[in-house]
Design a protein around this ligand. Structure first.
Ligand code: NAD
Length: 307
């Protein structure tokens, strides 16, 4: 298949390398000149538990490419989804599908501005990846992908995409109840990312400070209550365990919102912390801690990017 990966950052390049190795034709759509330059000149480097691979792939802004693609895989940060997909409209044909396993809420709606909901596949992935430098992605573990149609129905397209991902070594499971995984990860990210980005604490430092722990769990519980109010059958105990697991096993990790803030990049506030606060307000659920963190993050985001 001919697939455009929109956002050739950490996750986009991981998926690109794996899909290209399994025989798919990959076009990387990116706006970062550093990333375009590095991958254009030296290829893409992927370091994982098996070693290092290098991939020569086309990369550029959307206007570099012509002709429709079979699929779009969207891996920008949430606040860039709508504009990034809109810039690729000339690549979208009547059968083109779009896959989003980005974190947070609102990505399906942002993609829907350019492509019908019946052709959008949504989901969740817990594959970990981070950019070491432009053109070089580190993949410190493995993960899986869970997907379902954003329109709620099973289709041949879902089977094809799931098989394609699994054949590329990106284990994919079809899950009609994928919203549960999306919300459990949203609750986890709203709690860990928000606290880390406001306080500068790593995961281990948050685990060691009773005040930080209390705030992490306050946001987590609020997000889980909102999910329940939305009728999503999240497993609260499993989500709490995933936080405790991270507290023990991912101690040096700086959650992505903190990494973005330190690097002067925009943070995924509206699709994560702000999304939980907005959904709480919509459902009439009290989420004062999350709402306060969403405001603090917005203040910090403005400071970071205007300085
Ligand atoms: P990233 O910041 O490394 O990559 C995003 C890329 O999108 C950047 O290279 C940026 O330049 C590019 N971009 C921004 N605007 C664009 C546009 N208009 N057109 C094309 N490209 C554009 O982010 P990431 O870590 O790869 O995360 C992507 C998404 O996946 C996020 O929603 C994140 O929360 C989610 N996610 C990340 C991980 C992880 O471990 N990194 C795991 C699961 C999910």
């Amino acid at each position: 298949m001919r697939i455009a990966i929109i956002g050739a950052g950490a996750m986009g390049t991981l998926f690109a390398g794996r899909l290209a190795d399994s025989g798919q034709e990959i076009l990387l759509v990116e706006v970062s000149l550093a990333q375009i330059d590095a991958i254009g000149k030296h290829g893409l480097r992927i370091s994982d538990e098996a070693g290092e691979t290098r991939h020569i792939l086309p990369i550029g802004t959307a206007d570099r490419y012509v002709g429709v693609v079979d699929g779009l895989v969207v891996f920008t940060k949430g606040m860039h989804t709508r504009a990034a997909v809109e810039a690729c409209r000339h690549l979208i044909g009547t059968e083109t599908w779009a896959l989003t396993v980005q974190n947070g809420l609102g990505n399906v709606e942002a993609i829907e501005a350019s492509i019908g909901r019946d052709r959008i596949i949504m989901g969740m992935t817990n594959w970990p990846a981070s950019l070491v430098e432009p053109g070089h992605v580190q993949v410190p573990g493995t993960g899986e992908i869970r997907i379902w149609s954003a329109a709620g129905m099973h289709s041949q397209r879902l089977d094809t995409i799931s098989e394609m991902l699994s054949q590329a070594g990106l284990r994919c499971v079809l899950d009609p109840r994928v919203e549960i995984s999306i919300w459990e990860k949203l609750a986890f990210n709203a709690a860990m990312n928000s606290l880390a980005a406001v306080t500068n604490l790593t995961v281990g430092q948050m685990a060691d400070r009773p005040e930080a722990r209390a705030l992490v769990f306050a946001i987590l519980e609020e997000a889980l209550l909102v999910a329940k109010a939305r009728g999503i059958d999240v497993d609260a105990e499993r989500t709490r365990r995933s936080v405790e697991f991270a507290f023990t096993h991912h101690r040096p990790h700086k959650p992505s919102m903190l990494q973005d803030r330190l690097a002067g990049r925009a943070m995924e506030i509206d699709t994560i912390t702000g999304a939980v606060a907005a959904q709480a307000s919509y459902c009439g659920v009290a989420a004062p801690v999350t709402a306060t963190f969403a405001r603090l993050l917005t203040l910090l985001d403005g400071d970071t990017r205007h300085s």
